[in-house]
Design a protein around this ligand. Sequence first.
Ligand SMILES: [Zn+2]
Ligand SMILES: [Zn+2]
Length: 251
Amino acid sequence: MHDICTSCFGRLPDDSPRTGCEACEYRLHTWLRELPRHLPLLQDMLRPDTGPAQRGAAGRAIAPLPVRLDVLDLLGPGQPVLLADPHGDQTGGVPMTPLLYGWARYLTADADVPVARRDAHGTIHTSRCEGPWLRGGADVPRLCRWLDAYLPYAATRPWWDDFYEQMEQLLDRVQRLTHTRPLTRAMDAPCPRCAGWSLVEKEDELGISCTLCAARLTPDEYAAHRAQVMPALAALTLNMITPKAAAEAAA
Ligand SMILES: [Zn+2]
Ligand SMILES: [Zn+2]
């Protein structure tokens, strides 16, 4: 039984079966929804902007590389990570499809769900499930949807943080290539824990988080906190700018 989230070290509710908290599960859910949206752009980027062929020393035209290797590194085929050692840093360079498929297989094996199959004589055979069954094949959008559906289960498993971390790294590699980052909005009330003006609301987050300390607030908690501290802060600011007007207002 865990009492803190293995990804963000935030407190879990008492007697929770979780290893990953609700906020981290939500974040991973937005990442799995976002990943397939980068595919068209990545596929476009696969072909480099080819300039005119350059003349080599012998007078022959030298063709530039036909693909961008950094993009191919993400889109190409490859071997999934060896999940027997999930604490090793093995994700670097593993393309998207094998990485996602590797996790889907690992999850299926971990869940130990037997598959039932009826033969021609009507006899039911059950066997161990070898991998996720995906109608139409295991491509990135299907794998992301499949993994997304199993997130509530994944967030109770001891390997949750490895899954979370590898998906975070995968999305980071994709975003660095496509130059996209989730939108972040700065909040106007100070952090209740460290008092920094450092609370932000991110597009891929369930709540509001501090960029300086580990404070996290739900939208309701933030609204209550803001309603409590802002009138006093506004009065203080007014006092600093025009002490006389503040004294008059207080009288
Ligand atoms: Zn968490
Ligand atoms: Zn803080």
